[in-house]
Design a protein around this ligand. Sequence first.
Ligand code: NAP
Length: 252
Amino acid sequence: MSENTKVAVVTGAARGIGAATAVRLGREGFAVAVCDLDEAACAATVQAVEKEGARALAVGVDVSDSERVEAAVERIAAELGPPVVLVNNAGILRDNLLFKMSDDDWDAVISVHLRGAFLMTRAVQAHMTKAGWGRIVNLSSTSALGNRGQVNYSAAKAGLQGFTKTLAIELGKFGVTANAIAPGFIATEMTAATAARVGVDFEAFKTAAAEQIPVRRVGTPEDIAGTVAFLVSEDAGFVSGQVVYVAGGPKA
Ligand code: NAP
């Protein structure tokens, strides 16, 4: 293990896009902190990262909890090394039409996506600015452009775009870039749960979605992981404050 190995933090990495991203970053030579609500649930991702020949650490953390975020980042710095890459990916859905949306549905979604990204970024940026190098990637969504039944989620995902642009402006002089990825339909447990909620078989749901997508397929977690790999690379050092729509077509 080289002393120059960079440390990456991926939240919501027990499964889905976060897990694929953690594995891809391991392949790219990063040591990876695999963060999720339940530390035990991170075991499979940790193993998959280690299979790529990289170090990995399972970290249980609720990204919306300030004290736990501070403790998690301290532990990552002590056990893996100071983190210089952060992928804010943890997310939840609480879909409902506006007139049926509860206070809790609103607060929970804003709290995990927006407050979570804020708390994680505030904690990790200290290590990035000290190192004079850093990469932040925030998971937005095509829902930022508006999506029926998602006033909470679309507000959070649009908010993350503004958050990203301001990070780019504030942190650029420290060698830190910040970008957002706005995925379209990606086949994960999140979209499977949406299909179940509306009572449609997941395969039929994906087929119907693919018909509306110019490249005629739904996305995979690896599609997003590949875009993250570029945005955290040296090659992307002059790309900052951007929102990359990874949606199989022009969504913005
Ligand atoms: P997923 O399969 O539901 O995975 C999300 C992960 O985040 C889960 O492991 C979840 O843990 C974790 N998580 C939830 N709340 C957390 C918290 N407070 N602290 C730490 N971890 C938490 O979702 P995904 O489809 O991979 O989506 C990943 C990201 O991409 C999300 O931000 C999502 O909004 C965004 N995105 C997804 C799509 C899509 O089509 N799938 C499209 C656009 C954007 P638990 O299992 O314990 O809840």
